[in-house]
Write a protein that binds this ligand. Structure first.
Ligand code: SF4
Length: 109
């Protein structure tokens, strides 16, 4: 027979297990979102993503000269805690270089 004290302890542990699992899932998702986009990632290759915009052939787009296009002034770029890197919605919020570029570049509104 399980004592009342032991039952309360076991119940508390059982209740905490799903909470730990959820925390783990959230932190895994955050870690994935905060990973840098490798330049050899298939999506990066398809979008011709580079970490240094000046190394890409950028053509004028939407009235903005190619030479002025960088991730940092793209509509899909979101600042992060790291000044040189930010999340890109085109890459599932993974990090791209602020001075980078890809063919998906669109000026900020
Ligand atoms: S969509 Fe914009 S922010 Fe994202 S990689 Fe391309 S240029 Fe950079």
């Amino acid at each position: 027979m399980v004592s009342r004290r032991r039952f309360v302890k076991l119940s508390a542990v059982a209740a905490a297990i799903p909470l730990f699992s959820q925390v783990n899932l959230v932190s895994s998702a955050s870690a994935a979102a905060m990973a840098k986009v490798p330049t050899d990632d298939p999506a990066a290759v398809a979008l011709k993503y580079v970490e240094v915009a000046t190394t890409a052939t950028r053509t004028d787009k939407m009235g903005v000269a190619g030479s002025e296009q960088i991730c940092g002034n793209c509509r899909f770029y979101k600042d992060s805690e790291t000044p040189e890197w930010g999340g890109c919605t085109l890459f599932q919020n993974r990090l791209v270089a602020k001075e980078g570029w890809c063919v998906g570049w669109v000026p900020t509104a």
